[in-house]
Design a protein around this ligand. Structure first.
Ligand SMILES: Cc1ncc(COP(=O)(O)O)c(C=O)c1O
Length: 387
């Protein structure tokens, strides 16, 4: 066997690998498993977006290599989106780059700013790609704990000065995966001040910006004074328009960071399929009633889960953002032990919190991206488990 590069050896095991193995084994035995694991919308992409793809896919010009930073019309559509959703003006040429899903940009941004053995600041628990991009760049993730007592916001004062002085990147993500927390203006203003003080590029991951409840629209980082001087924001069409499989997103913000990301991309990929970009333009500039429908559906499911868990003895508040429910495990269990118990006794898959980082230990995550009837059934099954 040929020895692989150290950067590959350092990658943590894929979170869902063990879970997928257990699902396969159970399915072979004919067991009906309900998975509340992976967060991937179950609803279809709206028809008018698919129709636009169909038309665009027949045009020869769209069959050629796209530009890696995105068609100008696509970047203009992203600007229109920011103006409509957040009242923010952006320059399509210098402040927007297209991405093959936001994951692609989140992974690549570390190549632009993280030197070998240098640190980047990564929330824990968190979406694993922040740390993985850092590791692939030869860097070391510095974990910023997200604690319940801080509303799962990053505690900036808790970051040691020497880390802040040396790190070039800080990742933040609100509405948050996995905790469901939403950040307020004060928090973002502190982040801007911190980034200015220490010369840090802030990377705000806004993948769940449109998944909010009870009327609490989350802020875009771009709405904060000075944000464009210190950082960028990632987002995509994946969650708002049920387009996870289409692979189309963006980064917006500080021009020199956008330029660096575009430079990396032009050396590594050739951008997103143009027909997909054309369909995305339709989504970003067209009617958006579908977003209200999406929120209504997830809110109904959120209520089923929270009411169901509270009837089992939890005392959870209803989260106002993202389609995840982050729940402390009952006393006496580790995250893994509790998830295995629920799997063995109820054939329901919930994700152990330690899969999102060491500070996720003691929690589990439920995803709301499952047919409402099945979700309700999963809760009924859990009620019959003794712990
Ligand atoms: C917090 C967060 N950021 C980014 C992504 C990536 O989404 P996409 O690459 O589809 O835009 C995900 C996907 O689940 C996520 O949970």
């Amino acid at each position: 066997m040929i020895k692989q590069a150290e950067r590959i050896e350092k990658l943590p095991p894929y979170l869902f690998a063990r879970i997928e193995q257990k699902i396969d084994e159970a399915k072979e035995k004919g067991i009906d498993i309900i998975s509340l694991g992976i967060g991937d919308p179950d609803q279809p992409t709206p028809d008018y977006i698919i129709d636009e793809l169909n038309t665009a896919s027949k045009k020869t010009a769209n069959h050629q290599y796209p530009s890696s930073v995105g068609m100008l019309d696509y970047r203009k559509a992203v600007c229109k989106w920011y103006e409509r959703q957040h009242g923010v003006k952006l320059d399509p040429k210098s402040e927007v780059v297209s991405l093959i899903g936001s994951k692609e940009g989140i992974g690549h941004i570390s190549f632009c700013y993280v030197n070998p053995r240098k640190k980047s600041q990564v929330p824990d628990p968190g979406y694993p790609v922040y740390g993985i991009g850092t590791i692939l760049s030869g860097g070391i993730p510095y974990l910023m704990p997200l604690k319940q007592e801080n509303g799962f916001l990053v505690d900036l004062e808790g970051i040691p000065k020497d880390v802040a002085q040396k790190a070039k990147l800080m990742f933040i993500n609100y509405p948050n995966n996995p905790t469901g927390a939403v950040a307020n203006r004060d928090f973002y203003e502190e982040v801007v001040a911190f980034a200015k003080k220490y010369d840090i590029v802030v990377c705000h991951d806004a993948a769940y910006s449109e998944v909010f409840f009870d009327g609490h629209r989350p802020l875009s980082f771009m709405e904060i004074n000075g944000a464009k001087d210190v950082g960028i924001e990632f987002n995509s069409l994946s969650k708002p328009f049920n387009m996870t499989g289409w692979r189309i997103g963006w980064a917006v913000g500080k021009p020199e960071v956008i330029e660096a990301l575009g430079r990396i991309k032009s050396n590594l990929d050739s951008g997103a399929f143009q027909a997909v970009q054309v369909a995305a333009i339709k989504a970003l500039t067209g009617p958006i009633d579908c977003l209200e429908d999406m929120r209504k559906l997830y809110q109904e499911r959120r209520d089923i889960v929270i009411d169901g868990l509270n009837s089992m003895g939890w005392n959870l508040k209803k989260p106002i953002g993202s389609f995840y429910i982050w729940v402390p495990v009952p006393k006496g269990y580790t995250s893994t032990e509790f998830c295995e118990l629920v799997f063995d006794k109820a054939n329901v898959i919930i994700t152990p919190g330690n899969g999102y980082g060491e500070y996720g230990e003691g929690y589990f995550r439920i995803s709301l991206t499952l047919e409402t009837k099945r979700l309700a059934e999963a809760l009924e099954r859990m009620k019959n488990v003794n712990w």
